[in-house]
Design a protein around this ligand. Sequence first.
Ligand code: TTP
Ligand code: MG
Ligand code: MG
Length: 448
Amino acid sequence: MRREASVLHLDLDAFFAAVEQRDKPSLRGRPVVVGGVGGRGVVATASYEARVFGVRSAMSTREARARCPHAAFLSGRFHAYRTASRQVMAVLRDLSPLVEPLSLDEAFVDLAAADLPDLGVETVTAVARDLRAAVQEATGGLTATVGVATSKFMAKIASDLDKPDGLTVVAPGTEQDLLRPMPVAVIPGVGPATAERLRASGFRTVADLEQASEAEVVRLLGKAHGHGLHRLAHGLDDRPVVAEREAKSISVEDTYAEDVTDRTTMEGLLTRQAATVARRLAKARQSGRTVTIKVRLHDFTTSSRSQTLDAPTDHPQVIARTARALLGEVDTTGGVRLLGVGVSGLADWIQESLFGDEHDEEEPLTELPLAETSRRPAWAPGADVVHSEHGPGWVWGSGRGVVTVRFETAETGPGPVRSFAVDDPALVLLDPGRHEESDDSPADNPSP
Ligand code: TTP
Ligand code: MG
Ligand code: MG
């Protein structure tokens, strides 16, 4: 805990949905749900207008449709979210060299490393206000909620207090007043199972925990977890803001004696490589956000494809599934002589955990509903299109050989809707994938 409120936490509001509303003027002020639109789809996020109806992240899309049938259900445009995320992180780095991104829409900023005249409450409040405006400006209208406090723990709690589009500065010395009445679940590492165990022993609020002795909490939850939790209940948190370290990668590749031509075999090989990468990640106690495959064809042309997930993973199935989906982007009809799988954008995920090995509830792995995309329909609702005559628009819906498009962009007002035959050559689907060419090869040695 610092003497001054110099840790800032920023989180964008209804991030994916807000990007969609920005780019689709007819959806502004309306319920929007982004996620898997198929039968077993899951909600990634919902606009605040949809949350009024009880739609939440991780809810099945079926349930969301039942609760809010008039919402726009979109399958998501990862490239747009990634671009917006980069813009936001750039704004944060303008303010301070010490920025620690936690996910696409969230980061800590160390204001002590910024060039500020002082770190008094008035100054940091003004800085945070300007920062929110700068984020809005840089992203074309996305709003963020910000918390500023004397520690990461408190800053993160503070950034959740005034959502959406808000700001909370916790004055030094007032932390416990704020924390005490809150449920124990606000403490990082306290998931539903731990919360239930605590509740069963009579600990409902942070105040309840604060009054307990450390020994008591340790007896209940084990040494590492109990100790960390007891400290946090007293607002004690000295974790530094750590700038993102240089991207490293863990990868494997194999060259085959004979060209592999069978697609199922290729997928099997990638799956095996993914398992090896996952094992190495686990051993290094790391996880990464970007999965890359490398493919060398029979004629020695080499290409890489990569996808960045919303959260770091070291999960063999997630890596394998992503790798197999990426293979779908490469024309392998002539056969391949080399395949490789890598994971980069590594984070010491362990480090975020305060509780060492006894940490029993992992951060939920944000398995992007978007990643269901191998089954994603070509005319995914929400996808960008351009028509040679009507210009840019987005897929409003499709079926029975017809695709309906709304012609509008972030810069226009709400636009008109028109329908076309799915094979109309004048209508082109833009950026159909969530993946894009990667800049760097997954392999340790550069490709020719
Ligand atoms: P969050 O910051 O948790 O949520 P949010 O920005 O949509 O809404 P809030 O205003 O409450 O911050 O997550 C950021 C994005 O990550 C979210 O827009 C979509 C994605 N996401 C998933 O894909 N699956 C999930 O389960 C969650 C929680 C988020
Ligand atoms: Mg958010
Ligand atoms: Mg977030």
